[in-house]
Design a protein around this ligand. Sequence first.
Ligand code: ZN
Length: 150
Amino acid sequence: MIMVRHIENGTVIDHIEAGRALQVLRIIGGPNDSTVVVAMNVPSTKYRRKDILKMENVYVDEKKLDLISIIAPKATINLIKDGKVVEKRRVELPPEVTGILKCLNPTCITNKEREPVTSKFKVERNPLRLICEYCNKEFEASTLLKELSL
Ligand code: ZN
């Protein structure tokens, strides 16, 4: 096992699909002034290779966890307090995602400047795709996530 910095308080996201840790970090919003350890391509018994994120004093809100589930559906979230794991859970694909993501259809009502509407996407599985509730356009999750500017 690779030795990475131990954190006292914060969040550890484990079992991220190899190569996607930086995308997850982007959703969370970058390190700001907290310590972030990114471990990529860590050998894993379960999934061969995985990425791990350790973030000191960072707690991820539900909305962002929904987005994380879209790019890292096998991720586990560990909340650390005083050096101990106090909560451990998996991310779950939500039925829909509101806000944060932007519809890429330029004529969609969510992109009209005069009456801004919060974006809303239905989440469809197998294959994973997102459908805008307003214009019904379908997007691959990765396409929408690329546009994220957090
Ligand atoms: Zn739309």
